[in-house]
Design a protein around this ligand. Sequence first.
Ligand code: DGL
Length: 275
Amino acid sequence: MPTQQPIGVFDSGYGGLTVLKEMVARLPQYDYVYLGDNARAPYGNRSFETVYQYTLQCVKWLFEQGCPLVILACNTASAKALRTIQQNDLPVIAPDNRVLGVIRPTTEVVGEYSQTGNVGILATRGTVLSGSYPIEIAKFFPDVRVYQQACPLWVPLIENNEHNSPGADYFVKQYVGKLLAQSDQIDTVILACTHYPLLKDKIASQLPEGHRIISQGEIVAGSLVDYLKRHPEIERRCSQGGDLRFYTTDSPEDFDNHASIFYGKDLHSGHVHLV
Ligand code: DGL
């Protein structure tokens, strides 16, 4: 049996580190274990079935590490795998554990940011095709109109450390332009992929003055604070040693070299082999 019961944080690669960073800033007392499935990233263009199978495998591994609670810090996994895992798998594999995503906390607050009631979503193709954002926003803010734009080349650019290159400028301009062309009323843009905060400045430079850009890290961290208050039965199972561990399904050396860009600090990871 693992001695710790850390909060598990999962992403297809590095993007979830932008969320973990904010969680640790708000809740430094807990232990955390991060798993990036870099060997199989990006997930954004993969089928529902594949994203579900990969995500489930990673969640099971995090449970084996003792995690009572796992956060899918990946919109694509939250959109394509979360509901099935919550409804079909959890009751069988770990009925007392919980798995949460990043879409719900974001959609719960998004309507509060827009003055015009017109919100733009920038996301992976998988997240856009799932329709999760329009569906969830309609539950909380039925009057808000949602416009989506898939940005399939952004995650590969970021994962390959090209996000500051002129090539990134070109593709940021292209996708932001396509989003804004859908409505001149959009005043709020959600970065609905945990990788995209690395492109935030470039995206901002393509938006007219006064537009708001929302990245999810702080929203998800705030939502976790609230969740743990409302669920003492989960909170008391999360160990509090302030320990952080990082794992990747690909090369730890590569992970360590790239991860600090996302996490803001140097870190050291271990390797996990998932079959
Ligand atoms: N960070 C993931 C997300 O939030 C990236 C998805 C991918 O691997 O393409 O959607």
